[in-house]
Design a protein around this ligand. Structure first.
Ligand code: MIC
Ligand code: SF4
Length: 647
């Protein structure tokens, strides 16, 4: 049978189950990686499982998000992570080494393998032909403890690329923005995007990684490119030729869907505030004043991106009303632009250089001012994510962004009169792994160091037979995990302290949410009601643990985003979906809902009949749990479930 790349990778990693879309499949995992903002929970959970050492071939703990050290909390977390990596046998990437996805692509990713990462942009590694999936921290911990990873097998959509990009101004970023324009932020739910067609070979690994990175914004499980000559070239240049295998779809392989993009027909694009899928042609807003430009993030911080930006800035001056911030993605990239003079060109033009980290992308500094237009090469522009709800964030390619920084206004870069030469991938990247600490033998008796802000992970009780709870919030479509659990420099340091971070749940949408939730605990807890694609965006399990801590019993929505649904289950919150989406109209904030016969309905995977006692009506919901998910919920979450299995 002719197989596509997705099926080849899934089949070669299958432990049990079935890879037909919609079925449950258990997979062997080659690599698990964590980052600091989600990693503290993941490693605390791993510790709570009582296992000596990670049981996956490769585990890497990165530090890249919580980099501002304005008090003891973030540095304490870094120390904790380093000590946990040393004890449990993981690599440790020291703060300053760069953004997890960029480094993983450079130093660890390998075609044909499967990685899980505790971050939604883990699919960046798909650029090298790896199947890389974003998961919650507890899922990562469970796999590191030796369990296979269970996934509902997605559909496979072929993105057939034809033609070639109109270089130099049309870039890989425009390819993924075009896909977002067509499919929207929920267009990829339940799907893996596999790239194919003649256009593939016109893109190098770095460019492919930009595309697979931002596939996360489509809601996709992941995205993957073939592994070909270009992949070999990249791996060779990284000194990792031996990791290469050829990986292509068989002739005649079938797909659930085919989408065609003619690369030659694309133009410079950007997303308008406040959603990555609000895509327009850059020229539509030509002449609009801008105030800030931020270049970097796991989407666009490669050596190629930085070198191109520097060549635009060289010998020119950043407009006087614009702040240009640049953060290279990794130490490797930083060293290389320092070595070839690009860094000097950036500084000379007036750029403000930040360290190799997530930085402004997650609101860690460089917030725009009130009413300001910020042009960013990042992947998300949700309202408030920049640290300022009253700012307007646009997403575009590094080249378009650099041109705008010089001109001080939005402009199609093709109209700028600036010329740059085409990028040639280096024959060798600068390899200096001195900020990567390898796992050490005989380390199990090492001490784990926990600062005072690091608190135990709370655990939920197993569900009773009836849930009687108040609707604390009724939200619309596409609620992001940034809406549920905001990030930014003020909140992120509490990622290892659930009681403290819980106070910020939904603060950007409903400032009294946490207070009302705490009050509702005595009366049976709370319920959240939402529309379609609830929980899109980040993998942060805090968007489930903190609501759990606040007594949330169930979330009832029209549809869920994948990672968030998994996180709710992991923390014992019932994820319910309306049988008739229009029933949402009959529910209002403050209503009391009674969900009866909980255990029995779970056991039989039946329909829940829910009574709205405030309105005197009844409606139906389903949970669509597979066997394992059901057992997890019945135990009160994945931690009690796994502990029992290990014991
Ligand atoms: C993000 O881009 O939203 C983050 C911050 O990287 C998150 C992870 C987190 O919340 O820590 C993600 O993408 O999963
Ligand atoms: Fe970091 Fe931003 Fe990438 Fe998230 S999207 S991993 S915050 S750079």
């Amino acid at each position: 049978m002719a197989l596509n790349i997705v099926r080849k990778i899934l089949e070669s990693h299958k432990v049990s189950g079935d890879i037909t879309p919609g079925s449950s499949v258990a997979l062997n995992i080659d690599e698990v990686y964590t980052q600091d903002a989600t990693g503290t929970m993941a490693w605390l959970q791993f510790e709570a499982m009582g296992i000596d050492k990670v049981k996956v071939p490769l585990a890497v703990s990165y530090v890249d998000h919580n980099m501002i050290q304005s008090n003891f909390m973030n540095p304490d977390d870094h120390v904790f992570l380093q000590s946990a990596a040393a004890k449990f046998g993981a690599w440790f990437s020291r703060p300053g080494n760069g953004i997890c996805h960029q480094i993983n692509l450079e130093r660890f990713a390998a075609p044909g393998k499967i990685a899980l990462g505790t971050d939604s942009h883990t699919p960046t590694n798909g650029g090298i032909g790896m199947m890389a999936i974003g998961v919650g921290g507890l899922d990562a911990a469970t796999v590191m403890a030796g369990s296979p990873y269970e996934l509902t097998a997605p559909k496979t959509a072929l993105v057939k690329l034809t033609g070639a990009l109109e270089r130099p101004w049309v870039t890989a970023m425009d390819v993924i923005l075009e896909l977002l324009r067509r499919l929207t932020v929920k267009g990829g739910v339940g799907k893996i995007f596999e790239y194919g067609g003649e256009g593939v070979k016109t893109l190098n690994v770095t460019e492919r990684a930009t595309i697979t990175n931002m596939g996360a914004e489509l809601g996709a499980t992941t995205s993957v490119f073939p592994s070909d000559e270009a992949t070999l070239k990249f791996l060779k240049a990284q000194g990792r030729e031996s990791d290469w295998i050829e990986l292509t779809a068989d002739e005649g392989a079938e797909y659930d869907e085919v989408i065609e993009i003619d690369l030659s027909s694309l133009e410079p694009l950007m997303s308008k505030p406040h959603s990555p899928d609000a895509v327009i042609a850059v020229k539509e807003l030509s002449g609009t004043e801008i105030n800030q430009v931020c270049i970097g993030s796991c989407t666009n911080s490669s050596y190629q991106a930085m070198q191109a930006v520097a060549s635009i800035l060289k010998g020119r001056r950043v407009a006087e009303h614009v702040n240009l911030m640049i953060n290279p993605g990794s130490k490797q990239v930083y060293e290389m632009i320092a070595g070839d003079g690009s860094l000097a060109d950036m500084i000379a033009a007036g750029a403000r250089l930040l360290e190799a980290s997530c930085g402004p992308c997650i609101g860690m500094g460089a917030s725009p001012g009130t009413g300001q237009n910020s042009i960013r090469t990042y992947n998300r522009n949700f309202k408030g994510r920049s640290g300022n709800k009253d700012a307007f964030v646009y997403l575009t390619s590094p080249l378009t962004a650099a041109v705008m920084a010089l001109k001080g206004e939005m402009i199609d870069p093709r109209e700028s009169g600036i010329e740059i030469s085409e990028f040639n991938e280096p024959e060798s990247y600068r390899i200096n792994d001195n900020m990567l600490i390898p796992p050490q033998a005989g380390s199990t008796d090492k001490e784990i160091k926990k600062g005072p802000n690091i608190k135990e992970v709370p655990v939920k009780d197993a569900p009773g037979d009836e849930i009687r709870a108040e609707v604390l919030l009724k939200a619309g479509d596409n609620i992001t995990t940034d809406d549920i659990m905001p990030a930014g420099s003020k909140v992120l340091p509490y990622r290892s302290n659930i009681p403290a971070i819980s106070e910020f749940v939904f603060t950007n949408i409903d400032s009294s949410f946490a207070e009302r939730a705490v009050k509702s605990i005595e009366k049976g807890g709370g319920i959240i009601v939402g529309g379609e694609n609830y929980g899109q965006g980040s993998s942060r399990e805090h968007a489930a643990i903190a609501p759990m801590h606040l007594g949330i019993q169930a979330v009832i929505v029209i549809s869920f985003a994948r990672i968030h649904r998994a996180n709710l289950i992991n923390f014992g919150i019932l994820p319910l979906v309306f049988k008739n989406p229009e029933d949402i109209e009959g529910i209002h904030k403050g209503d009391f809902l009674v969900i009866g016969d909980v255990k029995n309905t779970l056991l039989h995977n039946g329909e829940f009949t829910i009574e709205n006692t405030s309105r005197g009506n009844v409606f139906q919901c389903t949970a669509n749990l597979n066997e394992r998910e059901r057992d997890v919920i019945l135990k009160g979450g994945l931690l009690p479930f796994t502990k029992e299995k290990v014991a």
